[in-house]
Design a protein around this ligand. Structure first.
Ligand SMILES: C[S@@+](CC[C@H](N)C(=O)[O-])C[C@H]1O[C@@H](n2cnc3c(N)ncnc32)[C@H](O)[C@@H]1O
Length: 276
């Protein structure tokens, strides 16, 4: 695919991607599409995006649709990203929830979990809250993503040296991971994996099958959507929260004008939203 052929069908591809994933590409993102789809286009012998979009609509193109979504999602993530959500969890939110006279699990949803660092950071924070003496109500973490490629990596719970150093210090690596036999990677210890269950879920689809949550992490994904999609997702996240449930968004994300649904809470440091 050359630059001139890439432009052919760019608008149709943008519309397709927005419809299936909510990801709204700006008009100047032809180059991004060209780079990310180059291998797929070459492998399929496709010369332009018009042909790709046509192929994607065919009933037998399920695997190709998955590959295109995998290629177009941005999966950047790291351990304890931005620190403050996990500080809030450890210091106040989890101790309060765990100490309640209630034997049902504390339920937490990581709604765009990428390769697993976010839900596993939550699991580590839960482990540390147990150590600090809170009563042991079980913690159940549901982790979802649209991309099957990242979900596969998350399920393996195995990280190379570069990924492991992004956000963890040496003592956390020693405490929470086991080195692989060949020494090249690190695997999260089983008891920290066990409270996390992964499944594929498109944030544009229904959340009804997931049940209700005490806390939702929906971080660094709404930035890719347009304002209508964001509002729709935020309204449905509100319905997925238990009364007074808590929502963490990414550091550059907010609830816009949905202040009737969410109250902003200053946590010093950081902020989160409480369902009204
Ligand atoms: C930048 S990562 C954020 C990961 C993590 N939440 C964090 O803050 O580190 C964004 C993730 O959103 C996922 N994503 C994009 N569109 C989605 C959709 N429509 N439904 C569910 N996940 C989606 C991508 O596959 C990607 O793994």
């Amino acid at each position: 695919m050359t630059s001139s052929t890439a432009v052919c069908g760019f608008d149709a591809f943008r519309q397709y991607l927005r419809r299936v994933s909510g990801i709204a590409l700006a008009e100047n993102k032809q180059y991004l599409v060209e780079v990310r789809l180059r291998r797929i286009m070459t492998d399929m012998g496709l010369g332009n995006l018009t042909d790709l979009v046509e192929l994607l609509q065919l009933p037998g193109s399920r695997a190709l649709r998955g590959q295109v979504v995998d290629a177009m999602t941005t999966n950047e993530t790291y351990w304890f990203r931005d620190q403050y959500p996990f500080e809030c969890l450890r210091r106040t939110l989890l101790p309060e929830l765990l100490a309640r006279a209630d034997h049902t699990p504390v339920r937490i949803w990581s709604a765009a979990c990428s390769t697993g660092q976010e839900p596993f950071s939550i699991s580590i924070a839960a482990q540390e809250s147990y150590h600090s003496g809170a009563d042991a109500r079980p913690v159940e973490i549901v982790a979802t993503d649209l991309s099957s490629r990242v979900l596969g990596q998350a399920l393996a719970a195995e990280y190379d040296q570069l990924a492991i150093t992004r956000g963890l210090d040496d003592s956390q690596v020693r405490d929470y991971f086991q080195r692989s036999d060949d020494g090249a990677s690190w695997r999260l210890k089983p008891h920290l994996q066990e409270r996390v269950s992964f499944r594929a879920l498109n944030l544009l689809d229904s959340y009804a099958s997931l049940g209700q949550f005490d806390l939702i992490f929906c971080r660094n994904v709404l930035i890719y959507f347009d304002s209508d999609a964001k509002q729709d997702i935020l309204r449905r996240l509100h319905r997925a929260l238990k009364p007074n449930g808590i929502l963490f968004l990414g550091a550059s994300e907010g609830v816009a004008n949905l202040t009737d649904l969410f109250e902003l809470v200053h946590a010093h440091p950081g902020i989160y939203y409480r369902a009204r």
